[in-house]
Design a protein around this ligand. Structure first.
Ligand code: SF4
Length: 441
C-alpha cells in the first residue's frame, strides 16, 4: 500500500531557532483532512500538524507533502530538505508556496499551485504509474461543487479544541493590493452549494461538535448565499465563526439572520483608520468614518468582532497609531490583532513598493508581518517597529484585556464566547511578551 505523509508546519519564534509549539490546536486547518480525502482508498495517509506533533524524518512513507502558512514557509523548506536527504520525494503546496514557487522549487520535487483537488490526485497517480512526479501541477477549480467530505477523523487524533473547520467559499471579489487572496483568486469568489456545506456541518455535529469555523476568505462576498446558508444552519443550533468584511453590518436583515444561525465571532479586516491608507491599498470602498458605527452594530447584534489591522500604511502617522489603541479600547474589541504592512512577493503592493524603490531588502525570512521591511511614508522603519510593539503592549495590558472581554458591555449576549476570548487574549499576551506576533491559536 503506497503511503503519503502530509505535514502542516509551524514557524520559528521571532528572531530565534525555537519552534512555536502549543498543547492544543484551537482552529485546526482544513487542508490536511481535505487532501487526505482526495487520496485513493488504497493509499495510506498520515497527517502531522507540527504545532502539536513531532516530525520523524525516518517515517515509512513514499511521498511527503508539505504546506505552510505565511512565515512558516522557512520551516517548510528545512523539513523538505531533511526528507529529501533521506531519499523521499517531496511536494509542497498552499497559498504561500503558490505565491512564491520560485522560493521553494529547489527544495522539493514538485509544487502544487492553488487549488489542490485536481492536481493532488493526479500527482499521486503519476507517482504510482512511473515513480516520478512533475515539477509543477497547476489545475485550478472553476467551481466548488462536489468537494469530498474531509477526513475529520484524522483531526480527532490530535489535541484539538471545540471547533472543526468547514469550507464555504474561496476567494474574494475585491482586489486589495496587499492581500494574498486577491493575488491568487484575482477577484474570483467561488462558493460551495449550500447543501454540500450543510453535509459537512451535519457530519461534524454527528462527531459530537457543536461549534465550527466556516472557512471563507470573505463570507459576505455574496450576501444572498450567506443568507441562504445561515437559514439552513439555524435549525442545527450550533455556534460558528468566520471572517468577512465589516460591510456585513450594512445589511441589518443579514446580520440578524447570521446571528440567529449561531454566528458568534467574525474576524473583520478593518486594516486602518486612515482613509488615505485604505485608498492607497485599493480598499477605498471601506469608509473609515463608518467603521465605529458598523462595529457597534455587529457587537449589538451579539457577534464578537475580532479585528485585523495594519500599521505602516501611507496614511499612518505616530498619532494615528496612538489613536488605534484608543479605538480598540473605546470600542471594546474582544480580539484585536495587528500586522506591520508587508509587501508580500506576488502582490500588487509589492510591485508598487519595489517600483518606488521603497523595499528595504528582499530577505524574506524577515517578511514576518511583525517588523518593517519597506520605507513607510511617515516613519523610519525602526520608528514603525516601535510604534507597532507599543500598540500591542498598550492593547494587551491585563486591564485592557478584562475591559474588552469579561467586562465588555455586550458580555451577556454571549458569555461563553467572551470567556473564550479572555483565554485567547491571555495566550496572545504570552506571545507578545515573548516578542512574537500572536498569529497562532
Ligand atoms: S476584502 Fe479582504 S479578502 Fe478580499 S481582497 Fe480585500 S483584504 Fe483580501
Amino acid at each position: 500500500m503506497p503511503k503519503v505523509l502530509l505535514i502542516q508546519t509551524t514557524q520559528y519564534s521571532f528572531g530565534t531557532r525555537t519552534l512555536c509549539k502549543q498543547k492544543k490546536i484551537y482552529l485546526p486547518g482544513l487542508a490536511l483532512p481535505l487532501l487526505a480525502a482526495y487520496a485513493p482508498s488504497h493509499w495510506s495517509v498520515k497527517i502531522l500538524i507540527e504545532v502539536v506533533d513531532e516530525i520523524n524524518y525516518d517515517e515509512d512513507c513514499d511521498l511527503v507533502g508539505i504546506g505552510a502558512m505565511g512565515h512558516a514557509i522557512f520551516r517548510a523548506v528545512e523539513i523538505a530538505d531533511e526528507f529529501r536527504k533521506r531519499g523521499k520525494k517531496v511536494f509542497m503546496g498552499g497559498y504561500m508556496v503558490s505565491m512564491t514557487p520560485w522560493f521553494v522549487r529547489d527544495h522539493c520535487d514538485s509544487i502544487i499551485i492553488g487549488d489542490a483537488e485536481l492536481s493532488y490526485p493526479e500527482l499521486l497517480s503519476d507517482f504510482e504509474a512511473s515513480g516520478s512526479i512533475k515539477t509543477i501541477y497547476d489545475r485550478q477549480l472553476d467551481n466548488l461543487e462536489g468537494l469530498l467530505l474531509p477526513r475529520y477523523e484524522l483531526l480527532l487524533e490530535k489535541p484539538i479544541g471545540y471547533m472543526l473547520p468547514v469550507q464555504a467559499g474561496r476567494g474574494c471579489p475585491h482586489s486589495c493590493s496587499f492581500c494574498s487572496v486577491a493575488c491568487l483568486y484575482k477577484g474570483r469568489y467561488l462558493v460551495r452549494p449550500p447543501e454540500e456545506v450543510m453535509r459537512d456541518i451535519r457530519h461534524i455535529r454527528s462527531l459530537g461538535f457543536r461549534r465550527f469555523y466556516l472557512i471563507d476568505d470573505n463570507i459576505v462576498s455574496n450576501p444572498e448565499y450567506l443568507m441562504q446558508l445561515a437559514s439552513q444552519i439555524r435549525p442545527l443550533k450550533m455556534i460558528w465563526a468566520s471572517q468577512c468584511s465589516i460591510q456585513i453590518a450594512r445589511n441589518d436583515r443579514l446580520l440578524r439572520e447570521v446571528r440567529r444561525s449561531g454566528c458568534r465571532i467574525l474576524s473583520l479586516g478593518i486594516e486602518s483608520l486612515s482613509q488615505v491608507g485604505l485608498d492607497k491599498l485599493g480598499k477605498s470602498w471601506v469608509r473609515v468614518n463608518e467603521t465605529e458605527t458598523l462595529l457597534r452594530k455587529i457587537q449589538a447584534a451579539g457577534i464578537l468582532p475580532a479585528t485585523e489591522m495594519l500599521v505602516g500604511t501611507d496614511g499612518d502617522t505616530a498619532e494615528s497609531i496612538r489613536q488605534t489603541a484608543v479605538f480598540i479600547r473605546k470600542n471594546h474589541i474582544p480580539v484585536p490583532k495587528f500586522y506591520v504592512l508587508t509587501p508580500l512577493p506576488g502582490t500588487a503592493f509589492y510591485t508598487r513598493i519595489k517600483s518606488e524603490g521603497r523595499l528595504l531588502h528582499e530577505d524574506y525570512s524577515k517578511y514576518t508581518s511583525s517588523n518593517c521591511v519597506h520605507k513607510p511614508a511617515n516613519f523610519t522603519p525602526e520608528g514603525l517597529d516601535e510604534a507597532y510593539r507599543d500598540l500591542y503592549r498598550k492593547t494587551y495590558t491585563i486591564g485592557s484585556i478584562l475591559r474588552r472581554t469579561i467586562l465588555n458591555p455586550h458580555f451577556f449576549r454571549a458569555p461563553s464566547v467572551y470567556l473564550f476570548t479572555l483565554y485567547a487574549n491571555m495566550v496572545y499576551r504570552k506571545y507578545i511578551r515573548n516578542g512574537d506576533a500572536p498569529n497562532i491559536l
